[in-house]
Design a protein around this ligand. Structure first.
Ligand code: PEP
Ligand code: MN
Length: 356
């Protein structure tokens, strides 16, 4: 009996070795297939073909493996050759994940993603000219070039301040021009893109609109740089797949923005996903900016989050600044006042060099 056992085991060992050989042969073919598909610009993952292959094998099988066993084994083999899920889903974002090209996005002469990290600062919303001028004055004093301010404010409450609309866009543009600054502002309606482009240097797509594919497609047809914010419930691959919509339309000037995601934690407004910053640097050449203000919703943590973001490789920071946060019409509790912003910049100055 013992002899029979060892004989059977020896046969199983030999089958395993043959399987190993066959699996290696398969892996070699899959690699060749991957290269051909990449050259042809085809998706690597083809779920339809995968199911068809399994069905064909089921029909061919003479047993004793059950259909369930057979499906299980082959699904695992297919999965193993496609790496993990994240890498697999990024097959749908070949442009967003392309490496080795020219790095950086030029916004009116300043390149985001090359050299020194940029600072994008300004109020949550455009309110009064005087406030904008006060912020712009400090930006100029500190040698900073990007002024943010929303005029189309997507608010959770229908009764909250919705922004000044196109008048607000024109107002921030006029002040920025006066101070030699570049404007960053959120676009919500694709129909206003032409007018918007006349005033805004870096067009922001807000977290709520990351999934607005019509808006993204329209932005793919302009040559304006786009700041694409991650939705608060978007997985990282979804952000890159959203960026692909803009890139695929022909607009290669996309800057990503991590602005915190929604988790079970309520001590902060959102949870800053620092890993996402690192992963973006590992998987794409697209620059990434971290919006520290919306990431945590409180001003006492901004310096720490900003340092962490720069350490993870962020190409820039976004921060909300208002001359009188207590009187702000939106996000008063997270905006820095002018002196607070000066201190913020002072604390970060050792980390804002060109080296990474
Ligand atoms: C903003 O930056 O003005 C804003 C509304 O942020 P988010 O879209 O990330 O919520
Ligand atoms: Mn805000």
């Amino acid at each position: 009996m013992k002899e029979r056992l060892s004989k059977l085991r020896a046969r199983v060992d030999r089958v395993n070795e043959r399987l190993l050989e066959l699996l290696n042969e398969r892996a070699e073919l899959v690699e060749q297939l991957r290269q051909v598909k990449q050259e042809l610009g085809m998706d690597l993952y083809d779920p339809l073909r995968e199911s068809e292959q399994i069905q064909r094998l089921m029909l061919k099988s003479r047993g004793p493996m059950t259909s369930t066993m057979l499906e299980h084994v082959f699904r695992e083999i297919f999965r193993a050759s496609l790496d993990e899920q994240f890498v697999r889903s990024l097959q749908g974002a070949p442009l967003a994940t392309a490496r080795g090209g020219e790095v950086g996005v030029d916004v009116g002469g300043v390149v985001i993603g090359r050299g020194k990290p940029v600072i994008i600062a300004g109020p949550c919303a455009v309110e009064h000219r005087e406030y904008l001028e006060q912020v712009a004055e400090v930006l100029r004093e500190l040698g900073l070039g990007f002024n943010r301010g929303g005029a189309f404010k997507p608010r959770t409450s229908a009764y909250a301040f919705q922004g000044l609309g196109m008048d607000g866009v024109e107002l921030i543009a006029a002040v920025a021009r006066q101070y030699g600054l570049k404007v960053v502002s959120e676009l919500t309606d694709p129909c206003t893109l032409d007018r918007f482009s006349q005033s805004v240097d870096l067009i922001q797509v807000g977290a709520r609109n990351m999934y607005n594919y019509d808006l993204l497609k329209k932005l793919g047809k302009t040559d304006r740089p786009v700041l694409l914010k991650r939705s608060f419930a978007a997985k990282l691959d979804e952000l890159l797949l959203a960026a692909e919509y803009v890139l695929a339309g022909g607009n290669r000037r996309v800057v990503l923005c991590e602005r915190g995601i929604r988790t079970f934690e309520t001590a902060t407004r959102n949870t800053l996903d620092i890993s996402a910053v690192g992963l973006i640097k590992e998987t794409t050449d697209l620059p990434v900016v971290v919006d520290v203000s919306h990431a945590c919703g409180r001003r006492d943590l901004l310096v720490r989050l900003a340092k962490a973001s720069l350490a993870a490789g962020a190409d820039g920071l976004m921060v909300e600044v208002h001359p009188h946060p207590g009187a702000a019409l939106s996000d008063g509790s997270q905006q820095l006042d002018l002196d607070g912003f000066r201190r913020f910049m002072d604390a970060l100055s050792p980390y804002l060099t060109g080296e990474s």
